[in-house]
Write a protein that binds this ligand. Sequence first.
Ligand code: FPP
Length: 249
Amino acid sequence: MENLDLNRLPKHIAIIMDGNGRWAQEQGQDRLFGHYQGVVSVRKVVEAAAEIGIKYLTLYAFSTENWDRPVEEVTGLMTLFVETIAKEVPDLNKNNIQLQFIGDLSQLPPEARIALDQSTAQTAANTGLKLIIALSYSSRWEIVNAAQVLAKLVQVGDLNPEQINEKVFSENLTTKGIPDPELMIRTSGEYRISNFLLFQLAYSELYFTNTRWPDFRKPHLIEAILDYQSRERRFGKTSAQIVLDEENK
Ligand code: FPP
């Protein structure tokens, strides 16, 4: 932790929490056991992110494609989400953490949606870490959705096609108002983005680790941030330009 440069922390970290199923199966357990252990990692990582001073943390909890998993796993995961989140609200409030969900929540069972809406409302006044849970989320869904919204505005004459730029487009994504992640972490040795924040990750640094999500803890998060801090972010410019930009700051 003492090696971290607190002046160069990523404001926003996004994580694909992968490997729960394999972690459980490797120990002869049911896949759901891995998801339950994954919640322990969520708690530890949220706590660590808040302590380090990260402003936004987005966790990919359930993709649109995950609805196609065996029904017992889907039902088990939904129960786990709703129960965990309701149980964590007092701790989130104690730690000034604001909760937000992104994704197609209309696909969730109504009682789950109500519970998630409640926990969002109960933490809405918090001003510390913003914890964003991507649930029933897929980036292509989000992008197509934004295109439809903008097309309808053009159709009724409220928007000219020329007015559509990156800013307008991003304001119609579920992450409206949230800065793009500077760092994206994926656990469990898979090197894919899997339909996660495709627009928002355009210039993010990507960090892949073999550690399975249920084993991921604060030291792993710090390692990822240190790796991020060792990189030069050029945004399409040359290295010399970046050095000059830094000097002129
Ligand atoms: C991916 O591992 C993980 C999931 C689909 C679920 C992630 C959910 C949690 C960690 C619980 C989070 C809880 C809250 C409250 C946000 P996988 O099942 O794809 O693992 P595998 O690739 O090894 O099969």
